[in-house]
Design a protein around this ligand. Structure first.
Ligand code: DON
Length: 302
């Protein structure tokens, strides 16, 4: 199979599409990003990395960071994490507060904002946010085998200045006893983790620890890897998770920066990026490109 040819075809198709979605506006620093951009990188089990489009342009990974913090949290605290956060799809928007009210401040899953705040609270563990963020960035660098990736302080500041909704989620959970650190520290750490900037090439490489192929970075146990993938499949696209599973058939995690990390177990780690979003806050072209890639390669977990 000529994967490069498939990527080139997808790149050509994406460049010609007039409807590119809308960049996130609630984080002002992301609002001005040119929606014409599209990048795709595929890290294959044989070690090759194939790309098309703007695969070497850095973007804000936003909620894709939740995959890395979940892996870290499970490593630090093991299955104890599941007493503070659930493992069910929410069927609601990524930033919804609705279910916390009736579900005792326990978020449905680690990928909605409320759940990700609990995960970040876990890895913070009484430490300074700086120390926790250094550990996280080191984890991502080790996964990508690339030291040249950083937190974009302007994006973090921009989100922090408009972060009332996340602060409200964290305060609400604190009221239920489900926050262990001061809310401003957990939220500050969370805003900075979301502001990690990476290229598609770096993100595809960073996802290799979830591929389950020989010679890939081994940052979590095979059992944990499968569980992270199960959560990506069921909860990685919020209330569009069912639709992504239906259309693509692979576990994926999206972010409002327009990036999506997708894993084809045993075969590839894939990163796609286009900043324009659909109504669910997931990359519009990124979702379409992944559907095309899965159809053309036949990669699927089903
Ligand atoms: O907390 C937020 O709202 C953002 N930092 C991340 C949200 C996000 O990426 C949702 N993804 N589709």
């Amino acid at each position: 199979m000529d994967v490069q040819r498939i990527l080139d075809d997808i790149g050509t198709d994406m460049a010609a599409r007039p409807d590119r979605g809308l960049a996130a506006t609630y984080i002002p620093e992301l609002a001005g990003i040119d929606p014409a951009q599209f990048g795709l990188a595929v890290a294959l089990a044989d070690g090759r990395v194939l790309t098309t489009g703007d695969a070497d342009v850095s973007f804000s990974i936003q909620s894709v960071s939740k995959v890395f913090t979940l892996a870290l949290a499970l490593g630090r605290q093991g299955d104890g994490l599941w007493s503070r956060v659930g493992r069910e799809p929410s069927g609601h928007a990524f930033n919804s507060i609705l279910q916390l009210e009736t579900e005792a401040g326990i978020p449905r899953n680690p990928f909605i904002n409320a759940g990700a705040l609990v995960v970040t609270d876990t890895i913070l563990d009484g430490r300074a946010p700086k120390e926790t963020l250094a550990e996280l960035v080191q984890f991502v660098r080790a996964a990508a085998d690339d030291d040249d990736l950083h937190i974009d302080a302007d994006v973090a500041r921009s989100e922090q200045a408009h972060g009332h909704r996340n602060t409200a989620l964290a305060e609400f959970m604190a009221a239920h006893g489900n926050m262990r650190n001061p809310v401003e520290k957990t939220c500050g750490t969370y805003f900075h983790q979301c502001a990690i900037a990476m290229t598609c090439r770096q993100l595809a490489l960073a996802g290799r620890f979830l591929m389950g192929a020989p010679d890939m970075p081994r940052l979590v146990s095979p059992a944990r890897m499968r569980r992270v993938l199960a959560l990506m499949m069921t909860c990685g696209h919020y209330d569009a998770s069912g639709d992504f599973a239906f259309r693509v058939g692979l576990p994926g995690k999206s972010g409002v920066g327009g990036g999506i990390l997708v894993i084809a177990p045993g075969r590839a780690s894939i990163a796609v990026w286009s900043p324009g979003l659909n109504a669910n806050g997931n990359s519009h072209l990124g979702s379409i490109a992944m559907e095309m890639l899965a159809a053309r390669t036949g990669w699927s977990v089903f």
